[in-house]
Ligand binder design. Structure first.
Ligand code: FAD
Length: 535
């Protein structure tokens, strides 16, 4: 099939107009790719506020679709998480400033607000055809495209033809079922009561986690700041907990008063959840890619759900754009599964460990929790074993077929524990650096100036970036690449030093900002680019 024949005029069909579906459609639009978004709901329905915590690198992705700064401005940004056991503060973590990062480590803003912002962008984007009230019921593939069958609110059948399909239809995904995929994993019996409370409280903008406080003995409570004086309070409650009965008996008010004291409060939203740890065995089936909760669900401690769903969207979008443009090798779409299933597996392992600490299922796990919490009061060495949630971070595609691997010694030494600093080996998200651009700097947060143009900002179109002092000889002209010399970066040589780039060395950065290769000699770039595009 020639390149010309493979270029498709059909749109991409996105199933699900939740945040992951909308970000996928907007990223595709940024790459010039049209899409049709099928959303079952006739209009935006607020299902509580669900996600509140957005991670910094995910805001970078959202900035590329036009909303990262807006979220950061509207939300509460925070750097510090505190953990208490009974009346003792046993662990305090302050996330370090990252040189040249555009955003603070975490920003809290309710998912419903984020969805409304995304809705506005989608409504203004001519390349996205948003179809509210369209429920997908069938799907067929024929090797060159997909046909999606759907039904309108009044029962009218609609057939849509697309080049690819992104299934972002949430935890009860129809598309997953249509593809015959299981959703194996585990579910937890304990419930979590989650309330957003508006009250004037004298608390700092920090994440605070209380194990076994006097006011919820034997269980735990998480308190998170949100904008407009709203606080997310998350109580662990036993199996059999009945929210209606709790409200009627005044128990809910008593619980809230334990946190708010005498302050007046208003319940913005309250719901009880059970959490599940599940993932689909395949995230790509032919031209269908599953993303977000359709592909994986996990407990929210660590904020890894939506954050990783947006990273799925980003991974999917450039690969689909390349496939449609005839630039993808036979392995590019399949690499979506390799990379994002590995990320989902990591997220499930990390959140699974957290759940076993929060809701121990066996006597050994109960003992471990008690020993760690009890010991942490006096023994600082035990404190790192407290697990109240390990916060979201980008995955490292070290073993991806697209990555020109680092040396065995570097790979063996790569730190894989959650939350530690990752050396910029091939596969890791490349640290950002400002690109000199006529001195146009702006101030977003904190004391440092934040550049308008940065290396990561420039990966917002589906081009590879080559970082090389001596040029990039032999690169095929048809793959869009931008060559940046280290001297064009206003970072005092920090990135080039971290990458170990000297003389003829070069780094290849993918359209999603991940390093595809770090080479001692730019002569290896053409081979690395072939590999990174799935050939
Ligand atoms: C209490 C709670 C707190 C959380 N906190 C965080 C957090 O702080 N940070 C974080 O990252 N994540 C958090 N999460 C997880 C986050 O809410 C989810 O990961 C996120 O909603 C997933 O988005 P999605 O677009 O994949 O799926 P959804 O939001 O479920 O959207 C799927 C969409 O598909 C539509 N749909 C379904 N079937 C069809 C069909 N057949 N045809 C057409 N449309 C269909 C649905 O109507 C829906 O609009 C939290 C979750 C909960 C419950």
């Amino acid at each position: 099939v020639s390149r010309r024949e493979r270029v498709s005029a059909d749109p991409v069909i996105v199933v699900g107009g939740g945040p992951v579906g909308l970000v996928t459609a907007l990223l595709l639009a940024g790459y010039g790719v049209p899409s049709v978004v099928c959303e079952r709901a006739p209009r935006r329905e607020t299902v509580g506020s669900r996600s509140i915590c957005m991670q910094r690198d995910v805001l970078d992705v959202l900035e590329r679709v036009g909303v990262g700064s807006r979220i950061a401005r509207a939300g509460v940004t925070w750097w510090t998480g505190r953990t208490y056991y009974r009346e003792h503060e046993v662990l305090t973590i302050t996330f370090p400033e990252q040189p040249n990062a555009a955003f603070p480590p975490f920003t809290n803003l309710g998912q419903s607000t984020v969805e409304r912002m995304l809705d506005e962008l989608v409504a203004a984007q001519p390349l996205v055809d948003m179809r509210w009230g369209l429920t997908v019921t069938g799907l067929a593939q024929d090797g060159v495209g997909v046909t999606v069958t759907a039904s309108t609110v009044d029962g009218r059948p609609v057939d849509l033809r697309g080049s690819h399909c992104v299934a972002a239809d949430g935890p009860h995904s129809t598309v997953r079922g249509l593809l015959g995929l299981d959703f194996p994993g585990e579910s937890f019996d304990d419930q979590f009561l989650i309330a957003d409370i508006r009250a004037r409280l004298p608390f700092a903008a920090e994440r605070r986690f209380f194990f076994d406080p006097a006011w919820n003995p034997g269980r735990q409570v998480l308190v998170h700041p949100q904008p407009d004086g709203v606080w997310r309070i998350d109580w662990q409650v036993p199996d059999g907990f009945d929210l209606a009965a709790e409200r009627a008996s005044g128990g809910l008010d008593r619980r809230i008063r334990m946190v708010t004291g005498e302050a007046r409060y208003e319940v913005v939203w309250v719901s009880a959840y059970r959490f599940h740890q599940r993932r689909v065995p395949r995230m790509r089936v032919g031209r269908v890619l599953l993303a977000g909760d359709a592909a994986h669900v996990m407990s929210p401690f660590g904020a890894r759900g939506l954050n990783s769903g947006i990273q799925d969207a980003e991974n999917a979008a450039w690969k689909i754009a390349y496939d449609r443009a005839g630039l993808a090798g036979p392995g590019l779409l399949e690499s979506y599964h390799a990379e994002r299933a590995a990320a989902a597996e990591e997220n499930l392992e990390v959140t699974g460990r957290t759940m076993r600490f929060l809701v121990p299922q066996t006597e050994t796990q109960r003992r471990h929790r008690l020993d760690v919490l009890g010991g942490s009061v006096h023994d600082p060495a035990v404190r790192s074993k407290i697990d109240s949630g390990k916060l979201a971070e980008p995955f490292w595609y070290l073993d991806s077929p697209l990555t020109t691997p680092a040396s065995p010694a570097e790979l063996a030494a790569f730190p894989r524990a959650p939350g530690v600093a990752r050396p910029p080996l091939p596969g890791v998200l490349c640290p950002d650096a400002p690109i000199l651009d006529g001195g146009r700097l702006r101030r977003l947060f904190g004391p440092r100036p934040h550049p308008t143009k940065s290396l990561r900002g420039s990966t917002g179109n589906p081009q590879f970036v080559v970082l090389a002092a001596g040029g990039a000889p032999g690169l095929p002209a048809r793959v869009p690449t931008r060559v940046v010399a280290p001297r064009e970066l206003a970072d005092d040589g920090r990135l080039a030093a971290a990458l170990g780039l000297t003389g003829q060395g070069a780094a290849l950065i993918r359209p999603d900002g991940h390093l595809a290769a770090v080479l001692p000699d730019a002569g290896g770039l053409a081979a690395a680019l072939r590999r990174a595009t799935g050939w």
